[in-house]
Design a protein around this ligand. Structure first.
Ligand SMILES: [Fe+2]
Ligand SMILES: [Fe+2]
Length: 159
């Protein structure tokens, strides 16, 4: 749940960065709305980590800043790339959440409910970006994004 927490920090920061420079109003609205839902996810994960007696990662502010900057850069490339970036982000998040659901303690219903609800929201975010004309990102960019999230998941798992 610590990793999920930091993932939501990143998602929120990305979409805020993208919304900050979005060209047209419907795209900005979509990004602001998605960022709000990521903030809800963040709050659920935060509470769950604490209920389980854990602590959220100390690296979260760093990842927030990095992700916001990444969001601005992808937003500046134009709305169809920005939407494509969101689609790919949500795809990777969805894969991560599926993996987490498979490894979750079968008795941990509270965490499962949170992860399943987030997953449904992430699928909806991706679909709405596709409807706004998201472009398919080139494979090297997708690989870079997977690299970034690997660094994020492995760091936040530890510190
Ligand atoms: Fe989320
Ligand atoms: Fe999302």
């Amino acid at each position: 749940m610590r990793v999920n927490h930091c993932g939501e920090v990143c998602a929120q920061a990305l979409y805020q960065g993208q919304a900050f420079v979005a060209r047209d109003a419907p795209t900005r609205t979509l990004l602001v709305h998605a960022a709000q839902e990521e903030r809800d996810h963040l709050a659920w994960c935060d509470r769950r980590v604490r209920d389980l007696g854990g602590q959220t990662s100390i690296t979260a502010p760093l990842f927030y800043a990095g992700s916001f900057a990444l969001g601005v850069v992808s937003g500046l490339l134009g709305d169809k790339w920005s939407m494509g970036f969101l689609v790919e982000t949500e795809r990777q998040v969805e894969a991560h959440l599926d993996d987490h659901l498979g490894r979750l303690d079968p008795g941990d219903d509270a965490s499962r409910t949170i992860v399943e609800t987030m997953r449904a929201d992430e699928v909806r975010h991706g679909q709405s970006a596709l409807e706004r004309g998201a472009a398919e990102l080139p494979s090297p960019i997708k690989r870079m994004m997977r690299g970034f999230s690997k660094v994020m998941t492995e760091t936040t798992y530890r510190i």
